[in-house]
Design a protein around this ligand. Structure first.
Ligand SMILES: [Fe+2]
Length: 357
C-alpha cells in the first residue's frame, strides 16, 4: 500500500474496525486520527501521582494508591523513584544525537522485523504500522539488543548503527529494570494475589525499549489530519515512560470519552498498564488508549520531541492466564507470543502472526 493510501486509511478509521484482533475487551470508541472539532477534553481529571518512597518505606499506602489509580484510568505518575533526572536530560539529548548522527540509509539497514513477540528495529516516519501514519521515527530495542549480562559474544553492531550508544541506553533500561518487580508485586498485592507469582517470569524478562524521535511539524503535516502518534493501547504488562520535555501525551478517559492532556513534572515517570495486564487482571487494570498530539502552543511545533517508553513483557512461551484468585475469569489461558502477535496483526497485516501457535 502506498503511503498516501495508508494515511487516508489511518485518518478515516475507528478503532472498533480492528476489534477482531483484540485479545481483551475494549469498549472505547475513537478515531485513530485526531478530530479537532469533534473531541472533548477533560480538564478536571487529574491522573494520580504516587510517591515511590512509600514503597521503600514498606508503607501499604503505595499499594492502595497505585492500585486505585490504575484501576480508575490505567495510568499513574511515579514520583521519588530514585532515578537521577540528569540521566533523563542526557537521554533526551542522546536520542536526538542518535537519530541525527545517522543517515536514513544507515537506519534502514535495521528496518524492523518480528523476532518472537515483538517487531524490533527501525520504523521510518509514517511507517509505525500500516494503519498508523505517525509523524515519528521509532526504534525498538529488546533485551537482546543490550549487553545486559556481559556476554562475550554480544555484538553491538547487530542492533546499533553506532555501537557507542548501547552502553548509555543500557544504563536507562537497567535503572528501569529495577522498578519491574516492585511495581508488579504492588499491583498483584492490590489484586489480592500472591505478590511473588510473577517474580520468576519477570526476572531477566523481555522488554521493548522504544526511542521516539518526533521531527518538527510542517504546516502540511499539521493540516494532514495525522498525529505525532495516533490513538492506541500498549500491548504489555505495563509501560515505564519518563516524562518528556515537550508535551503532547493525551489519555482517553473511557468513562466519559474525553481526552486528558498529561504532562507531569520532568523527572517523574508515567506508568500505564497494557493488554497483558488487562488480561491477567480480568479487566480490573485497563489497557488505556493514549496518543501523542501536536503541541497546543503553536510556537512549539518547530521543536523536536523525543520519548523513550519501556514496555515490559513476559517471554514468548509464558502462559497469560487470569490470576488464580480472581473469580469468574473472562479469558482462557493463552501463550504470550500468540496473544501478542494476534493483536499486532492489526498493525502489520494478517500474515504477520500466521505461523504463531
Ligand atoms: Fe503507547
Amino acid at each position: 500500500m502506498k503511503n498516501t493510501d495508508q494515511l487516508k486509511k489511518g485518518i478515516k478509521s475507528q478503532n472498533q474496525e480492528f476489534r477482531r484482533y483484540e485479545q481483551v475487551h475494549k469498549n472505547q470508541n475513537y478515531y485513530l486520527s485526531e478530530q479537532p472539532d469533534q473531541e472533548d477534553f477533560d480538564n478536571d481529571f487529574a491522573i494520580k501521582t504516587v510517591d515511590f518512597s512509600l514503597f521503600r518505606d514498606d508503607n501499604p499506602r503505595f499499594v492502595s494508591e497505585l492500585g486505585s489509580a490504575l484501576e480508575e484510568i490505567g495510568f499513574a505518575i511515579l514520583s521519588n523513584h530514585g532515578i537521577d533526572q540528569n540521566l533523563y536530560h542526557q537521554c533526551e539529548k542522546k536520542i536526538i544525537e542518535f537519530f541525527e548522527s545517522t543517515t536514513l540509509d544507515d537506519r534502514l539497514k535495521y528496518k524492523a522485523s518480528r523476532f518472537g513477540s515483538v517487531n524490533q528495529g527501525f520504523f521510518p516516519v509514517r511507517k509505525t504500522t500500516i494503519i498508523h501514519p505517525d509523524l515519528v521515527e521509532g526504534w525498538v530495542f529488546c533485551r537482546r539488543a543490550f549487553n545486559m549480562d556481559d556476554d562475550p559474544n554480544f555484538k553491538e553492531s547487530d542492533y546499533w548503527p553506532i555501537p557507542e550508544f548501547e552502553p548509555f541506553f543500557r544504563k536507562i533500561v537497567k535503572n528501569h529494570e529495577k522498578l519491574i518487580l516492585p511495581l508488579m508485586q504492588s499491583m498483584l498485592t492490590f489484586l489480592g494475589s500472591d505478590a511473588a507469582i510473577y517474580d520468576e517470569k519477570l526476572t531477566k524478562t523481555n522488554f521493548g525499549f522504544r526511542l521516539n524521535y518526533y521531527p518538527p511539524l510542517t504546516k502540511d503535516q499539521l493540516d494532514s489530519g495525522g498525529g505525532r502518534m495516533l490513538g492506541h493501547e500498549d500491548i504489555d504488562i505495563f509501560t515505564i515512560l519518563p516524562t518528556q520535555s515537550v508535551a503532547g501525551l493525551q489519555v482517553l478517559n473511557q468513562k466519559n470519552n474525553k481526552w486528558i492532556r498529561l504532562n507531569p513534572k520532568f523527572g517523574d515517570i508515567i506508568l500505564n498498564t497494557g493488554d497483558y495486564m488487562q488480561r491477567i487482571s480480568n479487566d480490573i487494570f485497563p489497557s488505556t488508549t493514549h496518543r501523542v498530539s501536536p503541541p497546543v502552543e503553536s510556537e512549539l511545533t518547530n521543536e523536536i520531541r523525543v520519548s523513550y517508553p519501556m514496555a515490559i513483557y513476559v517471554w514468548e512461551d509464558e502462559i497469560l492466564e487470569v490470576l488464580p484468585n480472581l473469580e469468574n475469569p473472562k479469558y482462557e489461558p493463552i501463550r504470550a507470543e500468540k496473544f501478542h502477535t494476534s493483536i499486532t496483526s492489526k498493525y502489520y497485516g494478517d500474515e504477520y502472526s500466521k505461523d504463531v501457535k
